[in-house]
Design a protein around this ligand. Structure first.
Ligand code: PMT
Length: 217
């Protein structure tokens, strides 16, 4: 119906900052709270979608949302891949760590005078979905940038074979990571960039899900 345009659609949303283990009690992560992804999941649900929220965040979720908790990028990749086949759209709002410690210590590391860690590259989840996506699946990614926002976002749109990239300036305190509001620019191949001025993450989500509804077959 008009009110529930995403009825019978399965939408995967990822959220939060992945945690990459160093030892049993330590990890590296980033400032993502999960607020953006969780707001998108709620908005997709409001339009009638079946939502699978794959979240690395500690935020609570309403019980009508199916939530799969994950910790690392590897775990997020496995979970998203398992759910992808029958999904109609994926929204990658998670801040996926680009690197993980090259080795994970089995025991808590002992204190030394100094410590050097080495890292390996994590899988690029969005890119791997872009490589296997079917023509009727929509792929939405973010581009979190502190400089040259639009240029880097356009590059991600192409490199990752996404249908929409949401360019997010993360160099300002009042938007982006770990706050309630956001300002973004939506970039697609079909139309001119659209800027969603500063507003609550719920209101940003309304615009993003409107795009999804318009572009879903
Ligand atoms: O969680 P909040 O506190 O509400 O903050 C929201 C947010 C700023 C985290 C969110 O709006 C956002 O921008 N998320 C994307 C963060 C990010 O990892 O951006 P990126 O430009 O590094 O990555 C580009 C895209 O590829 C993203 O969709 C990301 O999910 C995906 N990616 C990145 C790395 C990787 N190894 N695999 C991926 O799939």
């Amino acid at each position: 119906s008009e009110k529930l345009p995403l009825r019978n659609k399965k939408i995967i949303v990822t959220a939060g900052g992945t945690k990459e283990r160093i030892d049993p009690v330590r990890y590296i992560t980033n400032d993502s709270s999960g607020k953006m992804g969780h707001a998108l999941a709620v908005e997709a649900w409001k339009r009638g979608a079946e939502v699978v929220l794959i979240s690395a965040s500690h935020l609570a979720t309403p019980d009508y949302i199916t939530r799969v908790p994950v910790e690392s990028a590897e775990e997020m990749l496995r979970t998203v891949t398992d759910e992808f086949d029958d999904a109609d759209a994926v929204i990658m709002a998670a801040a996926v760590s680009d690197y993980a410690p090259a080795t994970v210590e089995k025991q808590k590391m002992k204190k030394k005078d100094s410590l050097t860690l080495s890292f390996r590259k994590n899988p690029d989840i969005l890119k791997s979905l872009g490589e296997k996506k079917k023509p009727d699946q929509l792929l939405i990614g973010f581009a979190a940038e502190t400089e040259d926002l639009i240029r880097y976002a356009e590059k991600k749109l192409n490199d990752k074979n996404a249908d929409l990239i949401i360019a997010n300036d993360v160099g300002k305190k009042d938007r982006g990571f770990n706050v309630d509001e956001n300002e973004v620019t939506m970039l697609s191949r079909k139309s001119e960039p659209v800027t969603i001025s500063l507003r609550s993450k719920s209101d940003v989500s309304v615009e993003v899900i409107d795009w999804l509804v318009t572009n879903m077959n």
